[in-house]
Design a binder for this molecule. Structure first.
Ligand SMILES: [Zn+2]
Length: 567
């Protein structure tokens, strides 16, 4: 990582010769005065340093674009490792695969690289055989993380092709349709996610003695899936061993809330007779039937085949998934110091004869942070294994007219190449292409080298990342630019000014477009934000009208008073 940061520092200096000519005093001044401009520019380069905060910010915006393009995903999932137990790993690396101390010593002391590689291969194959082939996932995204003992786990989301449309629950006014959707959702979730402990008898009222104990001698995860005779008993053991949140600790899940210690995962959870769906604060909540208040949700096939702790949650709202993405799926490792603090330490440590390259390299290495890397995580990075996997490719679409500079220079030829926007505006004037939006055009077609060449459809739609980023706040300073971008993406055009459609501003034209009723689901938030802003404006107008009315009344009564006083 440090080496990569140093190399990236060189690239930065080569591409920004102006900064290389700054004196050391200039650089120190830039860093100490907040260094915002310089650090912003330098940190942009840190997006390519795997695992940094900037790297995960980039992945976060890509994942949100994926959700915008593919609509609501269906499930969140987590898969942990039982690398001290898995027999296939033990056979590869342990001296005595049947002995638990030999297995754990092989994983933890001698072979972190092989243990991490096997996890990577195992989860990659599992996505295909379970998520795609069994659950029917059309797409997925997941990331690797290392914690505690240093073994990896993954968090991810998947889109399942037959999932009921939960957003209908919030948008429909038809009570018969609502009931139908609610029933289909509870049936669907009940068949997908379980919070039932199969080891508790049907009539057992969660009596502590009736809950089976973990099976650790021999360990249930040390059994080969193919060799299991009784799948039902095996599931009972797996649930008892891997799925129960039996110990809360201050170092892991206990957080102080309202003056007392509470488990951040909400254990113990209330028992639930049947699976139900309700709404709380305008959001649907699905409560699956539960007979064990310490049980972590799972899918029985997922748990039986994976053979270590798993989690599966049905996604109930767009809001929840965006929060999950920001806080969970793409979070960076905690850093020990704030950036400003780190920069001020750097400033103090810079020697008098330091070159600008050294300063930039120090800034970049500081973004890696001073946290501990587990042996398996270090091996993962050294093996250049991906930190996340996605079922789609991502394409950046520049909406501000910028074009890439050509790699070769020819006399009298343009030094920039045609952008995707240029290709779109020059698309064939035939019905197939006339009504296609820029977003769909980039998603579906490979851009040829020359304008006018035949357009070849892609095998799978790509996820488009529009740039530059603009804030969607209707009251904010970027809203005009934001509106223009959204119109460019979603409303077919050839000349940009067509998008104004007779309006004076892009914001007004976008409002008209949003109210036309024929817009993609991903713009639902924009419609909501616009309605809120309009309601606020209306309130201001109403208040102004009231003030004018009261003022008029005052003038009128004053006039009457003067009139009567004179009589
Ligand atoms: Zn807990």
């Amino acid at each position: 990582m440090r080496w990569r940061a140093l190399q990236t520092g060189k690239i930065y200096i080569n591409q920004h010769p102006k900064d290389a000519r700054l004196s050391l005093e200039d650089l120190k001044e830039m860093i100490s005065s907040g260094g915002k401009e310089l650090s912003k520019r330098v940190l942009h380069y840190a997006t390519s340093l795997r695992g940094t905060k900037q790297f995960w910010f980039k992945q976060q915006s890509r994942l949100i674009s994926m959700i915008d393009c593919l609509d609501m995903p269906t499930i969140f999932f987590t898969h942990s490792a039982a690398d001290n137990q898995w027999p296939e790993l033990a056979r590869l690396i342990a001296e005595n695969p049947d002995e638990s101390s030999s297995r754990s010593s092989a994983v933890n002391n001698n072979n972190p690289a092989l243990a991490d590689w096997l996890f990577y291969e195992r989860i990659s194959k599992f996505m295909k055989t379970f998520n795609v082939d069994v659950l029917g996932a059309t797409d997925y995204w997941f990331r690797f993380e290392w914690q505690h003992r240093g073994s990896p786990h993954v968090h991810g989301i998947a889109w399942l092709h037959n999932a009921p449309d939960i957003e209908k629950l919030l948008s429909s006014d038809d009570s018969a349709e609502l009931l139908d959707v609610a029933e289909r959702i509870t049936a669907y979730v009940g068949g997908l996610v379980s919070t039932m402990n199969p080891g508790i008898p049907a009539d057992g009222n969660n009596i502590i003695n009736s809950i089976p104990l973990p099976k650790i001698k021999p360990h249930v995860c040390n059994q080969q899936y193919q060799g299991i005779n009784n799948l039902e008993m095996d599931l009972v053991d797996l649930v008892a061993t891997c799925q129960r949140h039996t110990r809360c600790s201050t170092s892991y899940c206990l957080k102080r809330k309202r003056g007392k210690q509470e488990c951040r995962f909400g254990y113990p959870k209330p028992l639930q007779q049947v699976t139900t769906i309700t709404t709380q604060e305008g959001e649907p909540v699905v409560l699956t039937s539960r007979n064990d208040n310490l049980l972590n949700a799972y899918n029985p096939v997922q748990l039986s085949a994976w053979r270590a702790n798993v989690d599966m949650q049905y996604i109930v709202s767009r809001n929840k998934v965006i929060k999950y993405v920001a806080k969970y799926a793409t979070k960076s490792e905690p850093r020990s110091k704030g950036l400003q603090e780190v920069y001020s330490t750097i400033m103090k440590s810079i020697k008098e004869d330091a070159t600008p390259l050294k300063v930039v390299q120090k800034l970049l290495t500081s973004t890696i942070g001073e946290r501990d890397f587990s042996a398996q995580e270090t091996c993962h990075l050294l093996l250049m294994l991906p930190l996340f996997r996605a079922s789609r490719d991502f394409v950046v679409l520049s909406l501000d007219g910028s074009r890439q500079v050509t790699e070769t220079f020819e006399e009298d030829k343009s030094v920039t190449v045609d952008s995707q926007l240029d290709h779109y505006c020059a698309r064939p004037d035939v019905p197939e292409f006339r009504e296609v939006s820029l977003l769909k055009f980039v998603q579906k077609y490979r851009i040829p080298k020359k304008i006018g060449s035949a357009l070849v459809p892609r095998n799978k739609d790509v996820i488009v990342i529009p740039r530059p980023y603009c804030s969607p706040d209707p009251q904010g300073p970027q809203y005009e630019q934001y509106s223009k971008q959204k119109l460019m993406l979603h409303k077919p055009f050839v000349q940009l000014d067509e998008l104004l459609g007779g309006c004076d501003t892009y914001a007004a034209a976008y409002a008209t477009f949003l109210q036309s009723g024929n817009v993609p689901k991903s713009l639902a938030d924009d419609i909501h934000r616009l309605e809120m802003a309009q309601a606020e404006d209306q309130q201001t107008v109403d208040e102004e009208v009231t003030i004018i009315y009261i003022f008029k009344q005052f003038i009128f009564y004053s006039f009457l008073c003067i009139l009567f006083a004179g009589m």
